[in-house]
Design a protein. Structure first.
Length: 244
């Protein structure tokens, strides 16, 4: 099914543009409220540390407050983060800050549980969430992966893009297709398609249930993949390695 540029720009991009200012204002209000709430409990967390934190499970997805220096209270220079993974040998967690989405590894000693109702995901909705580009399988080879990262950076940096959410995983990860409204004229004119065309990723061989519903898009992506293989672009520089 073909869609013209008028539909894409005015039915999708303009809708997101109208919401952008409201989202920014809501984001600022959430951050101010978050900082006030964390500041108000920083001293209490410090006093209750020995009693409260020893049995804290530090589960994946849990909301936590992080101090920037060892022994620092959460009430100063505090950050709110979501635990992405744990290294129990090193006693540290990979955390994702819910305001801007940057991540880092943090020792457990610098984390505090934020189990109060005001810090639930219902009342304090994360402003940054994990996202994955739909229908793409990136290479595991380090060199090819770095090429893909550079290409994606060049295609997105400094641009206002539209992200269509194709699927939301149970844990909250978004699977998205990225569009540049200044050039996209149909649904297959996406950055996802460009990545396949330039040989920086391949179409997954084994599709998830939700992916199988994108038959028309998959057809175009596979055609572009064959073109990239023929031209020996990117990860296909030594030919078709899909069966290896």
């Amino acid at each position: 099914m073909m869609f013209h540029g008028h539909w894409l720009r005015h039915q999708v991009f303009q809708r997101h543009t109208r919401r952008r200012e409201c989202q920014r204002r809501r984001h600022a209000r959430n951050l101010r409220s978050r900082d006030r709430n964390i500041g108000s409990i920083g001293v209490k967390h410090q006093r209750c540390r020995s009693r409260t934190h020893s049995g804290w499970s530090k589960r994946h997805g849990q909301i936590a407050g992080s101090g920037r220096r060892t022994g620092q209270t959460v009430g100063r220079n505090r950050k709110v983060a979501r635990i992405r993974s744990n290294d129990r040998t090193a006693k540290q967690a990979e955390i994702v800050y819910i305001d801007y989405g940057n991540s880092e590894k943090m020792p457990w000693s610098r984390l505090r549980p934020l189990s109060q109702a005001q810090f639930s995901t219902q009342s304090l909705k994360p402003q940054a969430v994990d996202a994955v580009l739909s229908l793409l399988q990136f290479p595991t080879n380090t060199d090819y992966l770095q090429d893909a990262i550079r290409f994606l950076g060049e295609a997105t940096e400094g641009k206002e893009l539209v992200a269509n959410v194709d699927y939301t995983a149970p844990e909250g990860t978004l699977y998205i297709t990225l569009y540049d409204p200044s050039v996209s004229e149909k649904l297959t004119d996406s950055i996802n398609t460009e990545i396949i065309t330039e040989g920086h990723a391949m179409v997954p061989r084994k599709l998830k249930a939700w992916e199988r519903g994108f038959g028309d898009v998959l057809k175009v992506l596979r055609e572009r993949e064959e073109e990239a293989i023929e031209a020996r672009r990117g990860l296909w520089e030594y030919g078709d390695l899909r069966d290896d």
